[in-house]
Design a protein around this ligand. Structure first.
Ligand SMILES: [Zn+2]
Ligand SMILES: [Zn+2]
Length: 175
């Protein structure tokens, strides 16, 4: 059993970090123990900003996170900046097998698409993406079942995923 620490960067609303901890504690009490929220918000790495794309390079955030997470824990950060990786227009999240993970918030927000704000939907998407990236951290690949580990290319894909791992994936995690 391994601990998880949840991090934010300077522009991440703290209530989302606390809410995510509660949600993970409630839904997956045995996957990560304990789950904590890091007290300080991490500095946004300005060197990751691409002014032409108006986005940040995700790997630079992951490096900041790697430098903060104690070796015996996994870290998950909610990043309130639009992220990309080379060859992709944007990403919802990024994970390193056995390491740490990020979830990018802006494109999960209905207002990003000029839709009315919906905090419940926004938060549900955050939890789905977090549980998905944590699955990758713990060694899961993408899954074709009705499962949180389905690949999502678009927000519509994300909205069709359950927040749960399917039976097959959950068994792999708890082996
Ligand atoms: Zn994935
Ligand atoms: Zn699955």
């Amino acid at each position: 059993m391994v601990g998880l620490r949840i991090y934010g960067f300077t522009n991440t609303p703290r209530n989302l970090l606390v809410g995510l901890k509660k949600s993970l504690d409630d839904q997956y009490p045995s996957l990560f123990t304990p789950i904590s929220v890091h007290s300080d918000l991490l500095p946004i790495p300005d060197e990751g900003y691409d002014s032409r794309r108006r986005q940040y390079l995700a790997g630079v955030f992951l490096r900041v996170l790697d430098n903060h997470v104690p070796a015996n824990l996994h870290g998950l950060a909610l990043v309130n900046s639009d992220l990309f990786v080379p060859r992709l227009n944007f990403i919802f999240g990024l994970a390193q097998l056995g390491g740490n993970a990020l979830v990018a918030l802006p494109r999960l927000r209905p207002s990003f698409y000029q839709l009315p704000s919906n905090d419940a939907l926004y938060f549900q998407r955050i939890v789905i993406e977090a549980v998905h990236e944590l699955g990758h951290v713990l060694g899961l690949g993408h899954c074709d079942n009705y499962c949180v580990m389905r690949f999502s290319n678009t927000l519509a894909d994300t909205d069709q995923k359950p927040v749960k791992y399917c039976e097959t994936c959950f068994q792999k995690l708890t082996q």
